[in-house]
Every structure is written in C-alpha cells, then in structure tokens.
Design a protein around this ligand. Structure first.
Ligand code: GLN
Length: 610
C-alpha cells in the first residue's frame, strides 16, 4: 500500500526516475539503464514452491513460447542462487549437462530447454548466478562506486538484479527493439535462503514498474500419497503462503501433479491464495514436454497473462496461426505412429543420469520424429567395457547406431576406444562428439595407420604419437590463452564431402567446448590411410569434422564440436538426422542400386514426415 509522501505511479516516468537516484538523499537505489523505456517491457516471473525439480524451466519456456507465437518479442532469464560464476565447473552427476551458448557462456541445461522451445539463441545476459551479482558489486565497491555508502543486500544487491533485468529487456528483444516480455525463472524453491534476494528484487521491480507490469506465477505441487489415494493440497497451500509472506501476491497458480487436479483441490488453492479458480491451472504429467504449450493454450493460461499484463494490443493473430501450424505438425509426428524402430547406444560415463546427456537425448528425439523412427536409447556405461570383451557386449546390445559423446578425463577411455573400433569395423552407424571425435582419430591412428602408441596428450603426455594434443599456437590465434575453446565457431565444409551433403551448406556454425585438437603433423598420415577431414576452421588448421568414405563405412561421422546443442524441434541437427537415417537403413537393410544404403537415405532425409 502506498503511503502519502511516497512516489506514486501517476506519472510513471518521474516515478521510476526517483529510484534511479543514489547517494545520501534517498533510500531508493535502483539504477535504471539510460535508454530503458518504462512500460514497454512486461515481466512474467515463475517461482517454484513445495519442491524443486517440478520443471520450472519447461513451464516458463512453454509460457514464453505461447506469447512468442503471438508475435511478441520475448526473452527469458534464469536466476541461479549458487555462487559459481557459471556452470562450467559443475559436475554433470550433480547438475546435469553443461549447456554452452553461442557466445561461449557455460550454463545449465534449462537454457537448452529455452533455446529449443523458443528456437532462439540466448546469451550471457539470459543467465545470472548469485556469484556474478556479488562479484559485480564487490568489484564496483573496490572501484569506489558507492559514494561512501555502506553496501547492503537491500538496496544494492537487489538493485543490481533489477538493473540486469532491465538491461536484458533492452538487449534481449528481437530486431534491436526492447523486449515485450521478459520471462524470469528463479532457481530453487521459495523459502530457500540463497534465492531470497532475487524474490525481494522482483517484488521491488513489480512495485517500481507499476500496476499491470508484472505477472507472478507460482508453480506448486499437489501430492497424491498412495496410502490416501486422493490429492492433497496442504503442502501447496503452505508453499504459496510462504511466497505471500515475501510480499508477493501470485496472479496465476500452476499445479504440477501426476493426474489432473480435482475441482476440490483447485477451489482450496484458490480460497487460500486469493487467486480466482480460472487462474488456477492443472499442469499434470504429459508424455512429451513439447505438448505442454498446446495444453496450456487450451487451458487459456496465455489469455489470462495477456489480461493481467494488458498485452492484447500487441498480439499478431496471423503470426500466431502460422506458428501454431508448424508446431502442430511436429507434435502430430511426435505423438503419432512411427514407421521404423531402431536402437541407438550412447556410450558415456554418466549413463545412469540421463540429464548429463539431455541435449543428445533431445537431438535424437528431434531427428527421429522427423524421420518417423521409434528410438530405443541404450545407455551403456563405458567404464564397464574392456578392450577384449567390449565387442561381444556391444554385439549383444543389438544396436543400429552408436554415439560416443563428449567428456573429460581418462576414466572410460578404454571403453570409448573399443566402442569406436567395434562400430568402425562392423559398419555400425557412428557419431562421435567432441571427445568421441578425438577417440575416432586415436582409434584410426592406432588400428588403421598402425601407430600403436597413438593417444591424446590429455591421457598420456608422453605418448609416442600424440595425434590429439593441446596446441598452444592455435589457442593464441583464438585469443583464449590456455583456457577452453568455447562457444560458436564457423566450420568450413569441404566441397563434395559427405558432410557438405548432410548439412547442405558450405559453412555452418556449431558450438565448441574443448582444449585438445588434432595435431596437424599427423593429418597427412591419417588422410592417406582413408580418414577424411571434411570440416575445418575457415582459416586455421583446426580439424572440426571427420568422416569415412562410403567404401569404408556406411556412416562414420564425428565433430570436434557439440552438434546436440544446436538441434531444435523444427530444425533438427543434420549429423543426428544422418545418424538416425543410417540407423534405419541398418535395421531395414535398405539398399540403393549402388549399394550405398545409409548415404542414400541421408540424401533423402528431406522426406521428413514433418
Ligand atoms: N576432453 C576433450 C578436450 O578437452 C574433449 C572435450 C569434450 O568432449 N567436450 O578437448
């Protein structure tokens, strides 16, 4: 409630400018970027209650998609409570895969969900950690940026959060315009100590931006204990109450649950939270996350948001119809009957945790949906594979294709090499990713070229033939010193190569995250023996794609980058399309007149069912 003498929203511009002041004269401290257009950007804030792991990112990105489809320019941000600066050093066992953005930012897997669902490249500005905020503030404090004031959680830390959100609004919109809607996902659960300052900052933001500027969505969970056999709303009520204690009144409540929530539950939630029943939604489990936007739309969540934020005037109905048709076709293919059945083995170290390979899983899903294949993924732990016995184990798994994914460190290397060898010698379609690419080079050097002691210097610095090595000269060229080569880079594809045929382009952009590369002095030996480097850095001797000719293998392709990171539902990544096509050919034994089965199928992958 505003009290007399406090700023009012009557003249919004003046109102906001009062918060921008700093120094001794005011308690308000909310640095507003100069070119920020007040009122243009609305904020949708998604907060989790009861417990984490409810799919806040999926929910928030699906919501963002609904508004994007209506022609609005949207940009998401994930606010993480941890003190790490980025996700680069987090263990995939604990936190899922590291998702690398085009600008080289190492983020968590939720950013992958946003990129895939919105089909939009994100940047550093879309990912904030408490570590980044504190570092910024402490650096500014040392540089004398706070004019003799004591630096405090409120207003300085919360002020930095608000500044970033407004800056994102300016930068994150499409076509150089300020975004219509910023979707803010707060990590963790309301009540977590470490995320409290984000929630306070968002409360302040809503106050400063004024009425109809911010829509708070509480994602909650309805339990249904087997012992009771009915849904219970108490934990959800307590979670929402906890949110209201922070001074935030949610506008929408989305109830995660195994089954659709009952009217009784919806009414109870409504009653205890001051949210009308038509704004309490059931978000029960679905087979695929890609069906969620449509499910939300049929429940009319999008319309409620438009009303809450007064966004009706900005909707482009024609754009929406068009966007929906494309998505609908994909969902139909995804949920419909498939023409083929194949199995793909993923040979990694973190196979017990699917999240560690989330993007690979998704990239396979995109490609197999387009090619109407039902894929059974077999997660095979490479640490269990020994040189002599790997072949029989893999044989028994009945695989139509093999993926050797990226990784760091020596553990599991023997198994990865054995898997590459088996796939190469048995004509099993193979896709090598990053470390998988390097292992393909090492295995080829050892077995085909006959350099028995070939290895990567990552695993044996003193090996006789370091076919994969850290190359300091090239690191300097890239301007990255001794650190990792990270983010989007251009790849030039060799004219007439299979890779060029797959991508149907001479240049592509893919995402990298590695330190080691093919040592140039071995390139001649390797290529003489049949290995083809069909993609490389546009100017330097950095090998980025390899393949075997059709005379040696039906589908043996690898990339020094991570192709899984650029795959999108409506735009599947070509190397995965090729792999799935080749796996279908392997299963059906389909042959073309010249006997080049997988390649023929790959060149016909435009027969996509979507
Ligand atoms: N460990 C290898 C390198 O640093 C591969 C990295 C990866 O697979 N992402 O080059």
């Amino acid at each position: 409630m505003l009290q007399s003498g406090m700023p009012t929203h009557d003249k919004n511009e003046t109102f906001l400018s009062q918060f921008g002041k700093s120094g001794e004269t005011t308690e308000f401290f909310s640095p507003v970027p100069d070119n920020y257009q007040h009122g243009k950007t609305k904020f949708v804030v998604v907060l989790g209650t009861v417990m984490s792991g409810l799919g806040k990112g999926i929910f928030s990105s699906s919501l963002a998609k609904l508004l994007q489809d209506k022609g609005l320019s949207v940009t998401p941000v994930k606010l993480e409570g941890y003190l790490n600066i980025d996700s680069g050093t987090l263990n995939p066992f604990r936190h899922g895969e590291v998702f690398v953005l085009d600008d080289g930012t190492e983020t968590d897997m939720d950013l992958g969900t946003y990129e895939r669902i919105l089909d939009q490249n994100l940047s550093r500005a879309n990912f904030t950690t408490a570590g980044q905020i504190y570092t910024e503030i402490l650096t500014r404090e040392r540089a004398g940026g706070y004019l003799g004031r004591d630096v405090q959680m409120i207003p300085h830390v919360t002020g930095e959060v608000k500044r970033r959100l407004r800056q994102l609004a300016i930068e994150g919109g499409q076509n150089g315009k300020q975004a219509d809607v910023v979707f803010v996902e707060v990590g963790g659960t309301v009540g977590d100590y470490e995320n409290g300052f984000y929630i306070e900052a968002l409360r302040e933001l809503a106050y400063e931006e004024g009425p109809e500027s911010t829509c708070f969505v509480a994602l909650t969970y309805i339990v249904e204990p087997a012992i009771l056999g009915e849904q219970k709303s108490k934990p959800a009520q307590l979670g929402i109450k906890r949110l209201m204690e922070t001074g935030i009144q949610p506008h929408i409540i989305a109830c995660r649950a195994e089954l659709p929530i009952t009217d009784t539950v919806a009414q109870k939630i409504s009653m205890f939270s001051n949210v009308t029943p038509q704004r309490v939604f059931s978000m029960h489990d679905r087979d695929s996350i890609y069906t969620i936007p449509d499910a939300m739309r049929s429940e009319k969540i999008d319309r409620e948001i438009l009303s809450i934020l007064k966004l009706h005037d900005r909707v482009d109905a024609v754009a929406e119809d068009k966007a929906r048709v494309g998505w609908r076709n994909y969902i139909d293919a995804l949920t419909g009957k498939r023409n083929h059945t194949i199995s793909i083995g993923i040979l990694g170290k973190y196979t017990s945790i699917r999240d560690a390979y989330a993007s690979i899983d998704k990239a396979i899903e995109h490609a197999s949906t387009h090619l109407s294949a039902d894929v059974q993924i077999k997660w095979i732990d490479v640490t269990d594979l020994k040189k002599d016995t790997a072949g029989s184990k893999l044989e028994a798994a009945n695989l139509d294709a093999v993926i050797v994914p990226g990784g760091f460190g020596e553990r599991g290397i023997e198994g990865k090499l054995a898997a590459v060898k088996w796939a190469r010698e048995h004509g099993i379609p193979f896709l090598g990713i990053c470390l998988g690419f390097q292992m393909a080079v090492v295995e080829f050097a050892q077995t085909v070229v006959g350099l028995e002691d070939a290895n990567s210097t990552e695993f044996d610095v003193n090996c006789k033939h370091p076919v994969i090595a850290e190359l300091p000269d090239q690191k300097e060229i890239e301007g990255l010193g001794g650190t990792m080569r990270l983010g989007g880079q251009d790849v030039a594809l060799t004219e007439g190569s299979f890779a060029e045929q797959l991508f149907n382009a001479a240049h592509v952009r893919e995402r990298f995250r590695h330190r080691y590369e093919v040592e140039p002095k071995y390139i001649e030996k390797l290529t003489k023996a049949g290995l083809i480097f069909s993609g490389h850095h546009p100017e330097h001797q950095i090998m980025q794609v390899l393949e075997l000719p059709s005379s040696m293998h039906p589908y043996f392709v690898a990339g020094q980058f991570h192709p899984e990171l650029t795959s999108r539902p409506l735009n599947p990544q070509p190397m995965f399309m090729g792999l799935v096509a080749a796996a279908i050919a392997h299963r059906t034994g389909e042959k073309t007149p010249d006997g080049v089965d997988a390649r023929w199928l790959c060149s016909n992958i435009s027969t996509s069912t979507v």
